[in-house]
Design a protein around this ligand. Structure first.
Ligand code: GAR
Length: 199
């Protein structure tokens, strides 16, 4: 069966990577992870990939003088592995327009809120949940979207909602949202894979 070739970019725990790894284990799932790239050497997600014998490398942004050089190193690896879709999964580096335009319609991201609310530069990880709690929102959720140069503004692919409870903390809300991401991300990748493979 023909499958869409994925690269997953991570910076940390990689629980969304794990959700994608688990989905890809099913023989009828229309995508496979060919490459995992972390920009941080200590990202636990690298171990998750190695445990499954998936090629995982660190391209440490700190070792490059410029963003362009760092991104050229990313692009080189992507080209080497014939990647069809790049899944950002807790990747905490903003990618430049040059990089994004080099991979048109080929980069997607998971964001821990209901975009267009609580998105943009500086809105990542716990900052998002803190802002949601501060705004006394009744609902939050997860958004899977295409990546364009304007941060968190690309077309939505899927969204899932969760309630915000009165006594929620950043931790309790974040756990509820990430559980949604783990369901939605594999579904969104499947949808794109089926569309693209049928063309
Ligand atoms: C996820 O909640 C993801 O949405 C968020 O980081 C977490 C990564 O968790 N990403 C952003 O905030 C990007 N703006 P994981 O490493 O366990 O998948």
């Amino acid at each position: 069966m023909e499958k869409l070739g994925l690269a997953v970019f991570i910076s940390g725990s990689g629980s969304n990577l794990q959700a994608l790894i688990d989905a890809c284990k099913s023989p009828e799932y229309p995508a496979q992870i060919k490459l995992v790239i972390s920009n941080r050497p200590d990202a636990y997600g690298l171990e998750r990939a190695q445990n499954e014998a998936i090629k995982a490398i660190c391209i440490d942004h700190k070792k490059y003088k410029t963003r362009a050089e760092f991104e050229n190193a990313l692009s080189e690896e992507l080209s080497k592995h014939k990647i069809d879709l790049i899944c950002l999964a807790g990747f905490m580096r903003i990618l430049t327009a040059d990089f994004i335009n080099k991979w048109p319609n080929k980069i997607i991201n998971t964001h821990p809120a209901l975009l267009p609310k609580f998105g943009g530069e500086g809105m990542y990880g716990e900052h998002v949940h803190r802002a949601v709690l501060k705004a006394k929102e009744k609902e939050s959720g997860a958004s899977i979207h295409f990546v364009i140069p304007e941060v968190d503004k690309g077309q939505l692919i899927a969204q899932g909602t969760v309630p915000v409870l009165e006594n929620d903390t950043i931790e309790s809300l974040s756990a509820r949202v990430i559980a949604q991401e783990h369901i939605l991300y594999p579904q969104a990748v499947k949808k794109i894979a089926l569309e693209r493979l049928s063309k």
